[in-house]
Design a protein around this ligand. Sequence first.
Ligand code: C5P
Length: 285
Amino acid sequence: MTTLYEPAYAKLNLTLDVLDKREDGYHNLQSVMQTVSIRDDLEIDVGTGKPWRLLCSVDGIPTDETNLAWKAAAVYCRSMKKDPDGLEIRIVKRIPSGAGMGGGSADAAAVLRALNRHFGEPLSILALAELGAEVGSDVPFCVLGGTAMVEGRGERLRKLPDLPDCIFVVCKPDFSVSTPELYRKIDETAIPHRPDHRAMENALLAGDLGMVAENLWNVFDPVVTSEHLELNYIKSICHSYGALNQQMTGSGSAVFAIMPSFEYAAVVCNMLKENYPQVFIAKPV
Ligand code: C5P
């Protein structure tokens, strides 16, 4: 039996635009995504000789074949015709669920990377990302990581220059948002303001964090904020301690801010912790 270790990093959406609805019911997206240092840790035993098993350090996460990490292992073994002779996947969970931070997708991507390494890297990272699309929309990006433009349903990736080093505060409020419902809602709403992807790409090319911050935009943010005004409270705390900018990530409900220094991030973190148990300081990875 071999044990594989793999980190699974959360993602933030620096931009997110929802384009047309596709024939498969999904929406075409355009999003600049970034992995950050908030992470789950996976240990995978290969060759247990027993039925597959998944364990998670927190309650409320499915531990059967509906878990994206399990699904990823199944997709990898089936499509690569590999028999791992029994798997046990153990997940130390830190990425909040229902946050828009891609926690389940990050775990799935970690399984794909770990199994691919175990079997001698038969797939390139881009081929592995492509396989990840069979598991979930955010999985391809999570396989790649870093800073990337993500298009289509999430399967088209283009690496971008790394985000300049910076400090994020991420706060997950107590409510979660139903992603399918949010997509339904946005279909019925005119989108008054969309991200300027050219400006965001130029900001990344120039390594200009101020310009990156100016160009954060997520079309889901105003839709969710209009129903959950506490997002404005979180943002106002970040703003009053000098955040370069702040917004919701993905379909929510977590909010992130780009902070001017670790000291200000620590102050904001302590203030938010008075009301929210899930507050993090993070860096891009
Ligand atoms: O990919 P995920 O499982 O998070 O998606 C949840 C739901 O969100 C999908 O079933 C679909 O209704 C909607 N969705 C979409 N277009 C996307 C991603 C998700 O319509 N690109």
